[in-house]
Ligand binder design. Structure first.
Ligand code: NAD
Length: 351
């Protein structure tokens, strides 16, 4: 354990219980003094969003099912318009990272307090990070104003996730914890959450139908790690691949993580020790690759639709902006990592 660190706790209020989406949100809104709440979702989540809206009764002024992946600015602008027309004083985002991302855009642009009701393991609800996509480039920033005032975790909402999404979304959460373990602002408290989050998810995901609460608990801890630390090379690459090539978020995380961890492995012995305990495997990068295989998840960027020529563009974009990483990655290293992820063979860690 490092004996020097800075740990800053983010304000975090969590209500965690089966059924909470329709039994806890109204009380959370009341606690925040909200009387004119707008409920946001994607088009798929409209029915659940309506059920949440019904549970709010008169405190709800409408449902806006307009969320899409990566929060295009036009989609954010439209939601701000809807909120202003309805004179909303707060919002509840119901769904995956895309719906919560739209809620964060409303918090950022219209100053509305946000209650998040996550239905995947993406973890956005635990972070002060917002993202907006304009002209094929995704911008992100940190602002405490977008951190949800309250997070309502309802394992029942995750029951409808198809097995493929459960697997990749869970791997997405594990990626947050892996990078938190070797982040420049890692701390013993966050490392505990990261190890427990990975352990909980790795145990729950292969039997997820019986272990939804355990998986969602792990996703919460991994999301909290993401909120507390600086993202590294893995998140940088996924951000570029998602923003520029519109690759699906959780699938991209699932494919890329073993290769970045394999690259970083020689530089992060303490992270490897934590991941060996959490995953019960001697080679964590290979262990994560195997876990993705057991989950039936895609394991190559080619399978996700990245054109081979895209590798060079992604190298350029990733090399152009700085990010924290425990091992410096040259453009040649980035090319090698992305080519390996494109091809999808088992990662070579040399462990
Ligand atoms: P998503 O919200 O786009 O959901 C993926 C798909 O699954 C969608 O089609 C959605 O309708 C569907 N879905 C969601 N929940 C479901 C459920 N319970 N049952 C069945 N289908 C369901 O994807 P995601 O992986 O949750 O989130 C990805 C987005 O979140 C990306 O834009 C990413 O950048 C962002 N994100 C941001 C942060 C942050 O800190 N700002 C953190 C993580 C993710």
């Amino acid at each position: 354990m490092s004996t020097e660190f800075v740990y800053e706790a983010l304000p975090m209020r969590v209500v965690f219980r089966p059924g909470a989406a329709t039994t806890a949100v109204a009380a959370e809104a009341e606690r925040l003094g909200l009387r004119r709440v707008l409920v946001l979702s994607g088009s798929r989540g409209r029915d659940v969003a309506q059920a949440v809206a019904d549970s709010l009764g008169d405190a709800c002024v409408g449902v806006h099912p307009g969320a899409v992946m990566h929060v295009p600015v036009e989609v954010a602008d439209e939601a701000v318009d809807v909120a202003r027309k309805l004179d909303a004083d707060g919002c509840v985002a119901v769904g995956g990272g895309s719906a919560i991302g739209l809620g964060k855009a409303l918090a950022l642009r219209a100053g509305l307090p946000l209650i998040a009701v996550p239905s995947t393991y993406a973890g956005s609800e635990m972070t002060p990070v917002w993202g907006l996509t304009e002209n094929g480039v995704k911008r992100t920033g940190r602002d405490r104003a977008v951190l949800p005032r309250s997070v309502v975790y309802d394992p029942e909402l995750t029951l409808s996730m198809p097995p493929a999404l459960s697997g990749t979304s869970g791997m997405n959460a594990i990626a947050h914890a892996v990078e938190a373990l070797y982040a420049p602002d890692a701390s013993p408290v966050i490392s505990l959450m990261a190890e427990e989050g990975v352990r909980s998810l790795a145990a729950a995901l292969p039997v997820v139908a019986d272990a939804r609460s355990q998986a969602l608990y792990g996703a919460w801890l991994c999301g909290a790690c993401l909120g507390a630390t600086t993202m590294g090379l893995h998140h940088k690459l996924c951000h570029v691949l998602g923003g520029t090539f519109n690759l699906p978020h959780a699938d991209t995380h699932t494919v890329v993580l073993p290769y970045v961890l394999a690259f970083n492995s020689p530089a992060v012995p303490t992270t490897l020790a934590a991941l060996r305990r959490a995953l019960g495997t001697p080679d964590p990068a290979l262990g994560l690759y195997d876990l993705a295989g057991r989950l039936g998840a895609p394991r190559s960027l080619a399978a996700l639709g990245l054109p081979r020529e895209g590798i060079e563009r992604a190298v350029g974009l990733a090399a152009a902006t700085p990010y924290a990483n425990p091992r410096e990655a040259s453009p040649d290293d980035l090319r090698a990592i992305l080519t390996a992820a494109y091809e999808g063979a088992p990662p070579a860690t040399g462990l």
